[in-house]
Design a protein around this ligand. Structure first.
Ligand SMILES: C[S@@+](CC[C@H](N)C(=O)[O-])C[C@H]1O[C@@H](n2cnc3c(N)ncnc32)[C@H](O)[C@@H]1O
Length: 371
């Protein structure tokens, strides 16, 4: 992606040739939305579920060779899930596109599939996401689940305040394209100082200049995620962050990040699965290993009033301390290690034979009580 990185103009002409990195992003998005809709509409306490999908930087609707863009991907999933759930799920989509030419294309493409995906209600807004955010929030009932996709070309639109508007709502989550690859360059450009401070919600980004260039990209992601987490903590809530690296040209040297921020450990867990599938990673390929994971687990159990919690809630406590341990490998292995060492007992939630491994609803109990 070349062009004017902060302007977010529609002038990125070759962007609309679908590239592999965009395909991976779409695969993660669709894999996640399917699971998200399935989980939220499968709750026994609900007879009908309304879900909301906000596409703040919606694009043209389709790519050059006719491949669906994010707004059409969401519509298709909404219709599939509506049918799968016998009509008890409805998806509402809100698309915002600032570039007039792109908006025209978006509107045409959405209108062309409305009858195919007739259960899905779609509103298109011509203009900037920043200008429409409050209006869209006004359309959505505060107690209904909302997924917000923030996918600009550059940094404009990912400013902390903008993202936090949505995270104020208990049932909202955000998925942000974070162009971490530009950070080194922008840091040295005095014209971008105010814009960078708005992105991070602090001028602490200036410290990134002091760390080696190779670590600046991940440092920027860490700072951004940490800022989101801190501001949401000030609202009295937990936020689970998962940064996903996506390579532009299948090389580890040229990457950007997608940052998922949800208010429930199940969201973090589900996004990990969608990302691993899309990137075709197996649990074994996950290179992360943090020897602290079993220690975090023990500490969380000691803090729990009853000395026990479900494996999923325990994973949530671990993710509040470190974003990277995977559920599929690191956390399950840590629980297993504690079990073998006699420090915890794992109770199967469904009475099954525990040889089949650990499931998220299994209960992990601290042996010998809390010390
Ligand atoms: C990366 S593309 C979006 C691709 C789309 N999400 C997809 O996956 O198919 C970014 C789009 O955001 C638009 N845009 C740029 N600034 C914007 C703003 N402030 N508000 C809304 N749209 C904007 C651009 O014109 C462009 O079409």
């Amino acid at each position: 992606m070349g062009g004017t990185l902060l302007s977010g103009s529609g002038g990125n002409v070759d962007y609309w040739d679908l590239k592999r990195n965009t395909q991976v992003k779409h695969d993660i998005l669709s894999g996640y939305l399917e699971r998200w809709a399935s989980i939220l509409s499968g709750r026994r306490t609900k007879t009908h579920t309304n879900l909301h999908y906000v596409d703040g930087f919606a694009g043209r609707g389709r790519y050059r060779e006719g491949e669906p863009g994010s707004p059409l991907i969401a519509m298709e999933i909404g219709q599939e899930m509506h049918e799968h759930r016998g009509g008890s799920l409805d998806l509402y989509c809100y698309n915002v596109e600032e570039n007039a030419d792109n908006f025209k294309s978006l509107k045409r493409e959405v209108d062309a599939v409305r009858s195919l995906y007739s259960s899905v209600e779609v509103l298109n807004f011509p203009g900037s996401f920043q200008d429409y955010a409050d209006r869209i929030l006004g359309e959505i009932s505060a107690d209904e689940d909302t997924f917000v996709f923030i996918d600009p070309f550059g940094y404009r639109g990912v400013e902390l305040e903008q993202v936090l508007k949505f995270l104020q709502r208990r049932r909202s989550e955000v998925f942000v394209t974070f162009m971490s690859r530009y950070i080194g360059r922008f840091m040295r450009d005095s014209n971008r100082e105010a814009a960078m401070t708005a992105v991070f919600g602090t001028d602490e980004w200036k410290k990134l200049a002091e760390i080696p260039a190779a670590s600046q990209q991940s440092g920027a992601v860490e700072l951004y995620g940490k800022q989101l987490q801190e501001k949401v903590a000030e609202m009295g809530k937990d936020l689970y962050i998962l940064p996903i690296d996506v390579s532009f040209e299948d090389t580890k040297a040229d990457i950007y990040h997608l940052i998922h921020a949800s208010q429930h450990p199940k969201g973090r867990m589900t996004m990990e699965l969608a990302a691993d599938r899309a990137k075709r990673l197996s649990a074994q390929e996950n290179l992360f290993y943090d020897p602290q994971v079993p220690i975090y687990a023990l500490e969380a159990l000691r803090d729990a009033p009853s000395g026990r919690m479900t494996a999923r809630d325990l994973a949530g406590k671990i993710w509040l301390r470190s974003w990277y341990p995977s559920w599929r490998k690191d956390i399950k292995e840590a629980i297993r290690e504690l079990e073998v060492g006699g420090e915890v007992t794992v109770r199967a939630h469904d009475g099954r034979n525990r040889k089949t491994g650990i499931e998220e609803r299994d209960v992990v109990v601290l042996n010998g009580g809390r010390h």
